[in-house]
Each structure stands twice: as C-alpha cells, then as structure tokens.
Design a protein around this ligand. Structure first.
Ligand code: BV8
Ligand code: ZN
Length: 248
C-alpha cells in the first residue's frame, strides 16, 4: 500500500482543516500506529495472536492455569518492544497535542511508545506492558529490564506478580474509562488510528464521539466497522498520513 497516491488528496485537505479548526480533539489508537515501529499488531499478518489465541494467553484463567507460559509470552513481547522507537505517526500526535487547547490521547496499546514520543495526556485503557502488579499485595512496579525468574515474585510479599494490563474478561479501570468517554463526548474531532475497532469497550469511544456530534476521522490501511460511518476514512499507513494530516 503506497498510501498517499491512492489517498484522495481532497479529503485529506478537508480532514486537515477540520483538525486545524478544532479546539478539542480526542484520539483513539490501536496496535496499527505502532506497526511502523516494528511492533506486531494483534490481528494483522504476523500478528501477535497468530501464533497464540488471545483467549489462551491474555486472560486471567490462562494466568491462573499457567503463569509461567503467560509470562514467557509477555517477556518475549517486552524484549521485542524494548528497543522499538516511536515512529512519525506517534510524533505527529505529540505535536498536535502541543497546539490543541483540549487534547486527550486514548490508547489500547500497552507498548508505551506514545509517552516516548512526548505525548502527555494519555489514557492507557489496557494498561502497560512495562508495569507489573502483585496479585497478593497489589504492589506495583515499573521497569523495562527482563525478569531474572518467571513468573516474577513480589519483592515485598513474595506473591505472584502479573503484567499490569487488562486481560480479556477483565474490567477496565472505571475512572480511566470514564475520562475516555468524557473526552470522546466533548471533542470536536475524534481521530481513530490503527485499530480494527473490534475490542470493547475501547471501540465505543469512537461511536460516542460521533453521537455527540464530533467529526470522525479514521486512519487505517484497511476498512474497519467504523469506516462506513466516518466522515473521513483515510487509507494509508499512519506513519505517512498523520504528519500530512497535522501539517499547518
Ligand atoms: C471486558 C491488553 C467485561 C493485553 C487487550 C466474546 C467473547 C469473549 C469476550 C468478549 C466477547 N465479545 C466481547 C467481549 C469482550 C472483550 C472483547 O471486546 N473481545 C473482542 C475480541 C470481541 N473485551 C474484554 O474482555 C474487555 N473487558 O469486556 O470486561 C467485564 C465488565 C465488568 C466486570 C468484569 C468483566 C477487555 C478488553 C481488553 C483486552 N486486552 N490488550 C495485551 O495487550 O497483552 S486487547 C488487545 O486488542 C490490545 O490492547 C489491542 O490494542 C486491542 C485491540 O486491537 P487493535 O489495537 O485494534 O489491534 P488489531 O491488530 O486488532 O488491529 C490493528 C489495526 O491496525 C488493523 O485495523 C490494521 O489494519 C491497522 N494497521 C496495521 N498497520 C497499520 C494500521 N493502521 C495504520 N497504519 C499502519 N501502518
Ligand atoms: Zn506483593
């Protein structure tokens, strides 16, 4: 997909002016925005889930059944992500935040690349692969170095330590989700980047925004359930499209 040539320049220009005029912008990102940083997506070719099924590993049952296997998968992902850098798509969103009075970045990603790119008002709906939580005492820790032993043990109570992410079947943090829904309901433009819009309740954020009257702009390399409803569905890699979209 060479992106720009197939892209309708007219709609890119109109989407750009919507963004330029908006004093409130909310963004929802998914694994696709990190694809050009070399982080595999979940459902695309070579996706993370291809070798495993999500239900096998990203669930509390899987962790109860075999904490070591689940940790081996997360350790593999942490090692894979450790040296990955933000790409021009992440950087474009950080720049857009600088010049937008009211800006909220809602991400389903756990890779931490938005923060590395300089974004500040970030809601990590599904947690972070760089944080852990003790299942016994709740103690949290953050770090990027590989664990010496799997599954890791809590330094305080020797309890089992888990990745501080939201697994399938687990509730999202109420307060965080509330802030995401509030930002979606208040924004003028909702920019949805690199998500298959399949996972709930995260995907609801986009529908909420549009219901509240926001302009929905989607950036993806393939159509999603949102594409038909978006005012602008810009087909192309986000690392190429986003810098063009935020150009003054
Ligand atoms: C909940 C963290 C209730 C962990 C993740 C049926 C059965 C079982 C469950 C359900 C079901 N129906 C609904 C559910 C609920 C379930 C769900 O939505 N399932 C889906 C799959 C149907 N949701 C949940 O379980 C949620 N919890 O509902 O709890 C509850 C309530 C109260 C009390 C108790 C319980 C929890 C969901 C969170 C799961 N955790 N991740 C980890 O990462 O290890 S989800 C996982 O998927 C990631 O977070 C990921 O971000 C997320 C969404 O995927 P995407 O980001 O969209 O990635 P994907 O690969 O799918 O798509 C990539 C896109 O990018 C593609 O469109 C591609 O075209 C595009 N792309 C690729 N390259 C580029 C690009 N775009 C632009 N540029 C490029 N270069
Ligand atoms: Zn503990």
């Amino acid at each position: 997909m060479n992106g720009i040539n197939q892209l309708n320049h007219e709609s890119l220009a109109r989407a750009r002016s919507e963004i330029f005029q908006a004093d409130g912008i909310a963004v929802l990102t998914g694994a696709g925005i990190s694809a050009e940083s070399g982080v595999p997506t979940f459902r695309g070719p070579g996706g993370l889930w291809n070798n495993y099924r999500a239900e096998e590993l990203a669930t509390p049952e899987a962790f109860r059944r075999d904490p070591r296997l689940v940790w081996e998968w997360y350790q593999w992902r942490r090692n894979l992500m450790a040296e990955k850098k933000p790409n021009p798509g992440h950087l474009a969103l950080a720049e857009l935040e600088e010049r937008t009075p009211d800006f909220t970045l809602i991400t389903q990603n756990v890779d931490g690349l938005h923060a590395l790119a300089g974004s500040r008002n970030i809601l990590e709906l599904h947690g972070s692969i760089w944080r852990t939580r003790c299942v016994s005492c709740g103690g949290k820790a953050a770090g990027r170095e590989p664990w010496p032993e799997l599954p890791p043990r809590c330094p305080t109570c020797r309890g089992l330590v888990r990745p501080d992410v939201v697994w399938f079947g687990e509730a999202l943090n109420e307060a965080l989700l509330g802030r995401a829904f509030a930002a979606a309901s208040a924004c003028r433009v909702m920019l949805v980047v690199g998500t298959s819009a399949l996972v709930q309740p995260a995907a609801t954020v986009a529908w909420l925004a549009q219901k509240a009257g926001a302009v929905l702009i989607e950036v993806n390399v393939e159509p999603t359930p949102l594409s038909a409803r978006a005012q602008f569905s810009l087909m192309g890699p986000s690392g190429r499209i986003l810098p063009l979209l935020i150009e003054k």
